[in-house]
Design a protein around this ligand. Structure first.
Ligand SMILES: [Zn+2]
Length: 123
């Protein structure tokens, strides 16, 4: 049987209830304070599509932290966001301050990064 990486990741998450493997839907808001306390599976984008300031979503490991990823060039660290068919990708990978969860967001899908890859910045 051919090894399917995406199926592998999905199965991994099925065994870890509380983890999010895929975010569903994006919501544009005007400011960070417009993002609700509970974001559930939604990804919130602060600003307009081509001049977005923040991407906000729930930490994929289920720890309850809110991940706020900066997209503004005037702040550091910053990430690049692309949206295709209402799915969000971020570059580079993200490490969440506190729980240290390290992942890539690819087409609104969480891919846990290998711990020895550190080409990214802490939030
Ligand atoms: Zn976390």
């Amino acid at each position: 049987m051919k090894f399917n990486f995406i199926d592998y990741i999905k199965n991994l998450y099925k065994e870890n209830k509380g983890y999010y493997s895929v975010y569903e839907g994006i919501i544009f808001v005007n400011s960070l304070s417009d993002v609700p306390e509970k974001t559930d599976k939604k990804i919130y984008i602060v600003g307009v599509k081509n001049r977005a300031k923040w991407v906000v979503f729930k930490c994929p490991d289920g720890c309850g932290r809110r991940v706020e990823v900066n997209l503004m060039k005037t702040r550091y660290p910053k990430w690049e966001m692309t949206i295709k068919k209402k799915k969000v990708s971020l570059y580079p990978s993200v490490i969440v301050n506190g729980c240290k969860t390290h992942f890539w967001l690819d087409n609104s899908t969480v891919l846990i990064a290998k711990e020895d890859i550190f080409d990214n910045e802490y939030l």
